[in-house]
Design a binder for this molecule. Structure first.
Ligand code: UD1
Length: 383
């Protein structure tokens, strides 16, 4: 069987990595995978590093379509993906998550009557202002196989009348987190001057938080306040970096409590450490991000993936949005929704540290061997 896998943005590299690795190991005589990289993410540290660290094979097609408006980007991707599909004539097209690359891949395939398999189907934030929500709803409605990470996702699909082809597969991101955890653990926090459980790790990239400067200012105000008690590490997405650079008020706010390194001699070697302050770093590779999540006392993020990774590594999380698709993490008491309000963020930051640790890892998240479930199902469903 031949499948074409469409990837293009950072979270898709992470989701595709365990599935693609399993194809090359267990399914190599039965499934042939052609990888298409749309180019939505193109920087070295937004794309290449994931291929290298997660050993994803070099894509057979690189479409180099990054940037532009949502419509323009999606349209250009569809046009190019259609040409690839006409040439390759796959049995299935495999898409992941909820980005513009996901939607472009799904639409191009369905219009050529090629069945679509969607990994991470059924997630809903019920906020149609999010481009990702539009992408996931449309992709689910044209998919023949829908691989759901949670029971909630299966239920969401049922409410929209989708029951055929729905498989509770488990979460491929959990497969990745489990596999790479021992490798990530070997990375020393000294690299950033940090100490175990003595910093918070933060990412901001959602359009609602970066393009709305009011929201961005509120979040950063809270982070600067928190940085007076502990170190705040912000891994800045290119879009966030641009927003910070553009607005002098915001840049000055961050400069107001920049982390200061102090050096100490330890075992004959000079060691640089920081105790408080704000540290902005470039986007991180998968392993470095996992390491910083594992070592953080709290994660603050507006990313869907990072909320879950915090949960997998049992690090409490504050989500900088008003809703989440990963309701299980909130029900567990390990993820609190703060939105982009600075008072709420600082209040929840104080609260989350006194909340008792509950290890209610959802049962349905824990044991399912997601990548294998995806491939086993696909392999049985020859066209
Ligand atoms: C996209 C996904 C989002 C996902 C996120 C992960 C959509 C609608 N959104 O959002 O679901 O969580 O990726 O990061 O598909 N840029 C660079 N270098 C890069 C990549 C992007 O400079 O390597 C710039 C782009 O030119 C653009 C901005 O960053 O100006 C945003 O990139 P874009 O791909 O539009 O969306 P993301 O915010 O990354």
């Amino acid at each position: 069987m031949k499948i074409v896998t469409i990837i293009g943005a950072r979270p898709q590299f992470i989701k595709a990595a365990p599935v693609s690795a399993l194809i090359r190991q267990k399914y190599r005589n039965r499934i042939r995978e052609i990888l298409v990289h749309t180019g939505q993410h193109y920087d070295r540290n937004m794309s290449d590093i994931f291929f290298r660290q997660m050993r994803i094979p070099r894509p057979q097609y690189h479409l180099r379509i990054g940037g532009g408006s949502h419509g323009a980007m999606t349209g250009r991707m569809m046009e190019e993906i259609e040409m690839v599909l006409q040439k390759e004539k796959p049995d299935w097209v495999l898409v992941y998550g909820d980005t513009n690359s996901t939607l472009a891949g799904a639409l191009a395939a369905v219009k050529l009557h090629i069945p679509v398999a969607h990994v991470e189907a059924g997630l809903r934030s019920f906020n149609m202002k999010m481009p990702e929500e539009i992408n996931r709803i449309l992709t689910d409605h044209v998919s023949q196989l829908l691989f759901c990470p949670t029971h909630t996702a299966v239920e969401n699909l049922k409410k929209e009348g989708i029951t055929r082809g729905v498989v509770l597969s488990g979460d491929v991101m959990l497969d990745a987190a489990r596999f790479y955890r021992p490798i990530a653990r070997n990375i020393s926090l000294d690299r950033w001057g940090l100490k175990e459980k003595a910093y918070v790790f933060c990412t901001i990239h959602r359009q609602e938080n970066t393009d709305d400067l009011g929201n961005l200012r509120e979040i950063l105000k809270a982070l600067v306040e928190i940085s007076r008690q502990t170190v705040v590490v912000l891994a800045a997405h290119p879009r966030t970096r641009k927003a910070i650079e553009k607005v002098p008020g915001i840049k000055n706010l961050l400069q107001s409590n920049k982390a200061k390194f102090s050096s100490k001699k330890s075992g004959g070697k000079k060691k640089e450490t920081i105790k408080t302050g704000f540290l902005v770093v470039d986007p991180l590779g998968y392993l470095e991000a996992q390491r910083l999540v594992m070592g953080a006392k709290v994660v603050l993020t507006d990313s869907g993936g990072l909320q879950k990774e915090a949960f997998f590594h049992r690090t409490p999380c504050i989500t900088l949005r008003n809703e989440t698709e990963w309701v299980e993490t909130v029900v567990s008491g390990r993820n609190l929704l703060a939105g982009a309000n600075h008072t709420e963020i600082t209040k929840l930051y104080a609260l989350i540290q006194v909340l008792k640790k509950q290890s209610s890892f959802s049962k349905n998240l824990k044991k399912l061997d997601a990548s294998n479930n995806v491939l086993k199902t696909l392999n049985k469903r020859k066209r």
